[in-house]
Design a binder for this molecule. Structure first.
Ligand SMILES: CC(C)(COP(=O)(O)OP(=O)(O)OC[C@H]1O[C@@H](n2cnc3c(N)ncnc32)[C@H](O)[C@@H]1O)[C@@H](O)C(=O)NCCC(=O)NCCS
Ligand SMILES: Nc1ncnc2c1ncn2[C@@H]1O[C@H](COP(=O)(O)OP(=O)(O)OP(=O)(O)O)[C@@H](O)[C@H]1O
Length: 201
């Protein structure tokens, strides 16, 4: 079974993904893949430089993530340009990793994809697990984790679909507003409802 793990920015996907990894499930992480496909020397990085200029490239040749983030989280047209260049490369590498896990004999693979709904990747997954959070918690956690101002954090939150839309499209939702223990309990409950048991995987 392919499980699509998603949510909104800073809702707790990585937190839940870590819990799944600790249970032994193989994870394909879109945010990590997004870093690999723009390493120095890749076609994707060259295309990004051609579009956004060399101010998004650091002196050591790597992507200036802070600079590119500043541009794309504040401007829809720029975000669409980046998505058009980077998403096909991310998709290809994610499917390669998924297939490698399946070939190793894993029956269940987790695809951790922040933009599962926005990028219309719903057919990648048999079950969709959404990690949800209240707007208040999301804002505070995002500002703290990334050291952002309220305005910067709101721009990032606003660049994604509303949480309610994702909840409505989910097969199951984890409400990550309490303790990590409560989040883990919800996760275990869902896995058991889906008749997933790592010992049988
Ligand atoms: C703009 C970049 C360089 C900023 O890097 P930074 O290190 O600050 O953020 P990071 O990559 O850790 O992403 C943090 C979160 O931002 C959100 N996010 C990232 N890219 C996008 C996007 N294009 N649209 C909406 N939200 C996004 C996701 O929730 C993601 O989990 C980076 O996010 C990026 O390369 N984005 C394009 C690739 C992409 O769409 N990634 C999302 C997974 S498919
Ligand atoms: N239940 C919780 N209680 C308190 N803090 C939490 C909880 N869950 C997650 N956090 C914190 O909130 C922040 C966001 O969580 P996390 O990084 O897992 O979100 P994410 O959905 O993966 O974010 P992104 O989309 O940006 O990658 C992190 O700093 C994390 O430690």
């Amino acid at each position: 079974m392919i499980i699509g793990l998603t949510g909104s920015i800073a809702s707790g996907k990585s937190t839940v993904s870590k819990m799944l990894a600790d249970l032994g499930y193989p994870i394909v992480d879109a945010d990590l893949v997004a870093r690999v496909v723009v390493e120095p020397g890749t076609e994707t990085l060259k295309e990004i430089e051609a579009i956004f200029g060399n101010e998004v490239i650091l002196p050591d040749g790597t992507l200036n993530r802070a600079k590119l983030g500043e541009v794309i989280f504040n401007d829809l047209a720029s975000r669409q340009k980046l998505n058009n260049v980077i998403h096909p490369a991310i998709r290809k590498e994610m499917l390669r990793q998924r297939d490698a896990f399946l070939a190793q004999g894993h029956k269940t693979v987790i695809l951790d994809i922040p933009l599962l709904f926005e990028s219309k990747l719903l057919n990648f997954a048999d079950k969709i697990l959404v990690v949800s959070v209240t707007e208040e918690n999301q804002l505070v956690r995002l500002m703290e984790r990334n050291g952002l101002s309220e305005q910067e954090a709101l721009a990032r939150i606003g660049s994604q679909l509303p949480m309610a839309v994702k909840e409505a499209g989910a097969d199951a939702v984890i409400f990550n507003n309490g303790t990590l223990k409560e989040t883990k309990q919800q996760l275990l409950h869902i896995l058991s409802a889906w008749e997933l048991d790592k010992r049988k995987d």
